[in-house]
Design a protein around this ligand. Structure first.
Ligand SMILES: Nc1ncnc2c1ncn2[C@@H]1O[C@H](COP(=O)(O)OP(=O)(O)OP(=O)(O)O)[C@@H](O)[C@H]1O
Ligand SMILES: [Mg+2]
Length: 352
């Protein structure tokens, strides 16, 4: 049988535009050549033909020549508030199938306030919030300090540090101004959830309808079949409580190799069930496909109640990425994880 052809589409950090005065973390979301090589190797060892294509306009010419059966898409894009959806939009115009979530979900998940409005609609727990489109907007009087300030549409904890936790209006407005200036987008202000830092990764697709409202009846079955949950991963932030307190950009980028990732996180079975169910619910209401990672904070002040921070439909696949660490804890290698995602997408597209 002829080998299936996979086009790996990604945005390499080394190929990204550079300019003078560019913020140091500007392209922290993009991929390294090392990650690309891991994925290429995984595909080839898995019995697929695979070539890498930089995710830019050139794919309009190059992909139809290569004639892939499917694209393995991990493009984060460069500019704009829907940048992760750009390449998928081109692929849909070219009518080429691709792994992972589609245009609408990628655009929604990149926009944390939009995601939180959907979670609120479904009564899924996410910290109370307000967005600041101007630096002088009055603070919603129902929000309680300490608050947490972050960009609305970034990843890899860009703009997140100890300074994100603010205790007074003065600190709040200073941080809101900083985020708006630096990232040129609305600032998202949430109540600060002090506690543990846990993330849940999953691969697969839910059986049954995706965009139906979560039933209120607690006795109805919790729809999660079709998803394979990886063990929850906790980042041990105790050594960094005074310097970072949260899973900051500094910890994710400069100190990633030194961190203590605990996986499976020491949580009781009921809590793991609850986190998996919440992760599946977020996956469902956002219309996610094939793979995702949902980030939580467990509230130390409220019996470790889980709060959903965000969903990542394009979770990192490098050796130090949370999803890869969680897969390892389940006996799945980095290469196997990549092939699992590909084969999930092939199956969903009836290409297997
Ligand atoms: N409301 C909050 N309360 C407490 N900590 C928070 C809150 N929001 C974010 N954080 C901290 O900031 C980190 C980054 O936040 P978030 O996951 O929203 O951003 P991100 O940059 O999109 O992350 P990723 O790298 O997963 O894409 C969280 O992992 C958590 O440590
Ligand atoms: Mg996150």
């Amino acid at each position: 049988m002829k080998k299936k052809r996979v086009a790996l589409l990604a945005n390499l950090k080394v190929n990204a535009p550079h300019w003078e005065g560019m913020p140091e973390d500007q392209w922290d979301d993009l991929d390294s050549e090392k990650t690309i090589n891991i994925i290429l190797q995984a595909m080839r060892n898995g019995g697929y033909d695979c070539e890498f294509f930089e995710g830019n306009f050139n794919i309009i010419d190059t992909l139809p020549k290569y004639k892939p059966d499917i694209c393995f898409n991990i493009c984060e894009g460069y500019y704009g508030d829907s940048r992760e959806a750009h390449i998928p939009a081109i692929l849909e115009m070219l009518r080429i199938p691709y792994t992972g979530s589609r245009v609408l979900t990628l655009a929604l998940a990149l926009d944390k306030p939009m995601t939180k409005r959907i979670l609120d609609f479904h009564e899924l727990p996410t910290p109370p919030f307000q967005t600041f489109e101007r630096v002088d907007e009055p603070l919603d009087p129902t929000l309680r300090f300490p608050l947490f300030v972050k960009p609305s549409r970034e990843g890899t904890s860009m703009g997140v540090s100890l300074k994100s936790v603010v205790n007074t209006k003065e600190e709040l407005y200073e941080q809101v101004g900083h985020i708006m200036n630096r990232y040129n987008q609305p600032a998202l202000v949430e109540e600060y959830i002090e506690g543990r830092e846990v993330t849940v990764g999953m691969v697969g697709n839910l059986h049954g309808p995706i965009a139906r409202r979560i039933p209120h009846d607690e006795n109805l079955p919790r729809i999660q079949s079709g998803l394979r949950f990886l063990p929850p991963m906790e980042v041990d932030l105790k050594p960094y409580l005074l310097t970072d307190a949260v899973y900051s950009n500094r910890l994710k980028v400069a100190l990633a190799a030194d961190l203590n990732y605990v996986c499976p996180a020491p949580l009781d079975d009921d809590m793991v069930d609850e986190l998996n169910w919440l992760a599946a619910a977020v996956f469902r209401v956002l219309g996610t496909l094939d793979v995702a990672r949902v980030d939580f904070r467990l509230d130390v002040k409220d019996n470790w109640k889980p709060y959903i921070l965000e969903i990542n439909p394009l979770p990192g696949l490098s050796g130090v990425s949370d999803l890869v660490i969680a897969a390892h804890a389940d006996g799945i290698s980095n290469e196997e994880l990549v092939v699992m995602i590909l084969e999930t997408a092939l199956e969903r597209n009836n290409l297997k």
